[in-house]
Design a protein around this ligand. Structure first.
Ligand code: B9F
Length: 124
């Protein structure tokens, strides 16, 4: 079947946009993330991401992971997912994310992680 290509411009159900750059030979990649939501009064800044795709050459619907280093918050989000491609060649990234917020003490660690799912479709 057709290959699923991570490189490009993607949008999720929240309206967040991300750009993924071409993979290197090892399957690692970088990109940028522009979140549409933040739950903070701070100004949203486009933030860098770093990731890796599994078996970068062979198979058609690879798994991948990436982390976003937010430039406006003391927090980190990690996404894992899989790139699916349908018979018409339409690509979808099915992901699950963990958002770790910086908390002042270990006693607050229990409330520091959010989890969710997100679906990205290609816009370019
Ligand atoms: O809102 C996050 C943040 C961390 C500490 C203050 C603000 C940073 C942006 C996260 C964006 C998330 C969503 N956007 C998206 O596209 S990543 C997963 C979702 N998908 C207050 C404390 C922790 C969160 C809000 Fe904060």
């Amino acid at each position: 079947g057709p290959q699923c290509d991570l490189q490009g411009l993607w949008r999720n159900e929240l309206g967040s946009n991300m750009t993924l750059w071409a993979l290197d030979a090892a399957g690692t990649f970088s990109g940028s993330y522009h979140t549409a939501v933040a739950a903070t009064n701070k100004q949203i800044l486009v933030s860098p991401l770093q990731g890796a795709q599994q078996h970068p050459s062979a198979k058609g619907q690879p798994t991948f992971g990436f982390t976003v280093q937010w430039l406006f918050a003391d927090s980190t989000t990690a996404f894992v997912g899989q790139c699916f491609v349908d018979r018409r060649g339409k690509e979808t990234l099915e992901t699950t994310w963990l958002l770790r917020e910086e908390v002042p003490s270990r006693r607050d660690s229990w409330k520091a992680t959010r989890v969710g799912t997100s679906i990205f479709t290609r816009i370019k």
